[in-house]
Design a protein around this ligand. Sequence first.
Ligand SMILES: [Zn+2]
Length: 64
Amino acid sequence: MLDDELKAILACPACKGDLRFEETRIICPACRKAYPIRDGIPVMLIGEATDWTPPPGAAGGPSR
Ligand SMILES: [Zn+2]
């Protein structure tokens, strides 16, 4: 798990927006991108990001 200090300085390289931290990846809901965490190091590179879709029914997601 990443420590809070590291989380505080991280931002999305594309939009500088808020991130969602998971165990194995970091998600930018605004860009709908997921950035990988490799060996505990966040890879905040647009070229390394994979597409991410908000889970249906999640807060802030599209209404059903
Ligand atoms: Zn972003």
